[in-house]
Design a protein around this ligand. Sequence first.
Ligand SMILES: NC(=O)c1ccc[n+]([C@@H]2O[C@H](COP(=O)([O-])OP(=O)(O)OC[C@H]3O[C@@H](n4cnc5c(N)ncnc54)[C@H](OP(=O)(O)O)[C@@H]3O)[C@@H](O)[C@H]2O)c1
Length: 285
Amino acid sequence: MQKIWICGAKGQIGRAINEVIDKLEYKILDTDIDDLDITDTDEVLRFGEMNRPDVIINCAGLTDLQECEKNLAKAFKTNALGARNLSIVARKVEAKLVHISTDDVFDGKSQKPYTEFDETHPKTAYGKSKLAGERYVKEFTYKHFIIRSTWVYGLGNNFINQLLEKVDQGENLSIAGDQFGSPTSAKELARFILHLIQTNEYGTYHATNKGVCSRFEFASEILRLTGKQVEMKPVVTHMSDFSRERPAFSVLDNFIMTMTPVYDFPDWKESLKEYMEERGLLNEK
Ligand SMILES: NC(=O)c1ccc[n+]([C@@H]2O[C@H](COP(=O)([O-])OP(=O)(O)OC[C@H]3O[C@@H](n4cnc5c(N)ncnc54)[C@H](OP(=O)(O)O)[C@@H]3O)[C@@H](O)[C@H]2O)c1
């Protein structure tokens, strides 16, 4: 039985992997910051060498963008040095390493979807620290899958929960009509990861649900699926009630997947409906 160590197991993606994985097929080692801080080099090495996983999945990260700007050292320590520690131990125990990264490694100024071959150019502290993490992974272990995604929602704090909280308070909402991305289901991403680890197709992947929408269109679809009504208008990012700091263009092209057909993501609306249904939020009119 293969052993999989999931770091950041209590986050959105960590929880989604736990939800979709077949526990009869794999032995799971879940850790999060309370059990094992990935920035603690000795502890990471000790845990890895003691348990000798076949696969390590790094879902741990400092994902709060404002916190990353305010506390640069914490951002780089978690997102870069944490990734370094896991890649060192992965190499030592000959495990495959999955490292989750982000569209924030790009500046969001493009007019067309970013492929895995486009030059990175992060603007935010979060993006810079995540790119540093990617570089460590590449430096320390070749058996890696770097997976960049965007606009991920799953169990935990995400745009859907934040939006519905405001809707329930009866607030009129202003949502960015000038931010574009592909809402991506954490569960779908988890299915992709579990598929990929069975292969030796190492490298960097862009992995998002199909289709593109504005933040306003995403919010409108969430609202439509809940059957709730609230006044909502599209605005420019700096007038928005949410995510003022996001890159304008977060669209990733799953280009490598078109060449190495390891997985086919569904359209974002299909996965969003699945999520809303599972959470008891669906009340389509
Ligand atoms: N969400 C997105 O839209 C998105 C998009 C692209 C890529 N990603 C990347 O995917 C990964 C997972 O995202 P997510 O949405 O699942 O994030 P998340 O919900 O914020 O989960 C991250 C988890 O990592 C834990 N953690 C933080 N610092 C740690 C440390 N030093 N050691 C061990 N665990 C630590 C967090 O604990 P606390 O909550 O207690 O801090 C949390 O449980 C992140 O690396 C993120 O950069 C996310």
